[in-house]
Design a protein around this ligand. Structure first.
Ligand code: FMN
Length: 388
């Protein structure tokens, strides 16, 4: 690519009250490097600090659970108790040391609550008790969340956001996509409630709006609040892009500082019509562009943007305000710095499908394209030095 086209990627990006050094973000990616007790581990800190050192302007962590019952993965951090603060604080410091903003993605997994033994005895919370395919060939029926439990979930997001700010993070990113609890409420297919949290558009969007408002109110003005918004469920009778576009100004009123457009859910990704979606370059750009046109806060593009030319063009065409990369900076944390210093030929690509990181995230994500020493160690931190 010509050297000039990438330069706009390396200009500052304002996200609410904070400003990143450039327009590249690390997209949330569950790596399973936390501890079984839900603590942030040293390995995890090194993993994220290494991505910050590689040049992204903002690191958004993988989804951290706002409660034990809202946890999906066995090694996923939880943000609930005072004892979680030490790891969170050290993580924020480590990312800041390398010049990037640090944000935490917060999730309640809802009906996707950890698909392992311990969870079989817990309530699997969903807007309605509608059976769904948890894993290929395994259908489960979740429990309808009660009004009290809804109030509890709002408080959990609020508490987690407050803890993240106290730990020194610059913002949080509320996960309302992929089929987790908040996006389940948006879906006409998964929400048939009649208590004001379901039914029409206002009812189905009520919970996510309450969460955004609560998080906004619990944190200071300078703390950024983002939303990973399900842009389209990609299934007949589901939430569609027009719904998402309609929600954008409302989320802004509620206090959202930036948005992501995330098409599909774990289940709809398995539909034949959506096969191979994650492998398609720029697969969310149509939705991103629609949200961007409706938004006065930054909209971040994510999904198949590892080609530097496509990333730069997405910004140049005004489709989005920032570019988020998940797999590209997992395989090669130096992707941003290599682009900035015009060494794109040295960028390590992520050609494997299905990606090994997806298959290994329950026990600690790995990448088949890491150098041998990183593969042996089980993660790519600092010891491997510069990647070539
Ligand atoms: C192993 C893996 C874990 C992921 N974990 C999360 C997550 O915790 N939260 C989230 O919003 N998206 C998650 N994603 C989706 C990514 O954020 C991103 O949307 C997707 O990988 C497409 O972007 P990419 O082409 O840059 O990888 C994950 C993706 C992968 C491959």
């Amino acid at each position: 690519m010509s050297t000039g086209t990438a330069d706009p990627l390396f200009t500052p990006l304002a996200l609410g009250g904070v400003t990143a050094r450039n327009k590249l973000l690390m997209a949330p990616m569950s790596v399973g490097y936390g501890t079984p007790a839900g603590m942030v581990s040293d390995k995890q800190i090194e993993h994220y600090a290494r991505r910050a050192a590689g040049g992204v302007g903002t690191v958004i962590t993988e989804n951290f659970a706002v409660s034990l019952g809202g946890r999906q993965m066995p090694l996923q951090p939880i943000v609930t108790e005072p004892e979680h603060m030490d790891g969170l604080t050290r993580l924020a410091v480590a990312v800041h040391e390398h010049g990037a903003l640090a944000m935490v993605q917060l999730v309640h997994a809802g009906r996707y609550g950890g698909p392992w033994e311990e969870y079989e005895s817990r309530r699997r919370l969903a807007p309605s008790a509608i059976p769904f395919e948890l894993l290929p060939g395994r259908t489960v029926t979740p429990q309808e969340i009660t009004a009290d439990e809804i109030g509890q979930v709002v408080s959990e997001f609020e508490n987690a956001a407050r803890m993240c700010e106290a730990a020194g993070f610059d913002g949080v990113d509320i996960h309302a996509a992929q089929g987790f609890l908040l996006s389940g409420f948006l879906s006409p297919r998964h929400n048939n409630r009649t208590d004001g949290y379901g039914g029409d558009f206002d009812g189905r969007t009520r919970l996510v709006r309450e969460v955004v408002r609560a998080v906004r109110a619990a944190t200071t003005e300078g703390f950024a609040v983002g939303v990973h918004l399900m842009s389209d469920e990609l299934v007949e009778g589901g939430w569609i892009i027009d719904d998402a576009v309609r929600l954008v100004p409302l989320l802004e009123d509620d206090g959202a500082d930036f948005l992501f457009a995330i098409p599909s859910t774990f289940e709809t990704l398995r539909l034949p019509a959506n096969e191979g979606l994650l492998g398609r370059p720029g697969y969310s750009l149509t939705d991103t562009s629609a949200l961007h046109a409706a938004s006065s806060v930054p909209v971040i593009a994510n999904g198949g943007l590892s080609d530097p030319t496509l990333a730069a063009e997405t910004l140049a065409h005004g489709t989005a305000d920032g570019i988020a990369l998940a797999r590209a900076v997992f395989v090669d944390p130096d992707w941003p710095e290599k682009l900035r210093t015009r060494r794109t030929d040295e960028i390590r690509g992520c050609p494997c499908h299905p990606p090994l990181c997806l298959q290994t995230q329950l026990s600690g994500a790995q990448c088949s394209h890491w150098p041998a020493d990183a593969r042996e160690r089980g993660y790519l931190g600092f010891s491997q030095g510069a990647l070539r």
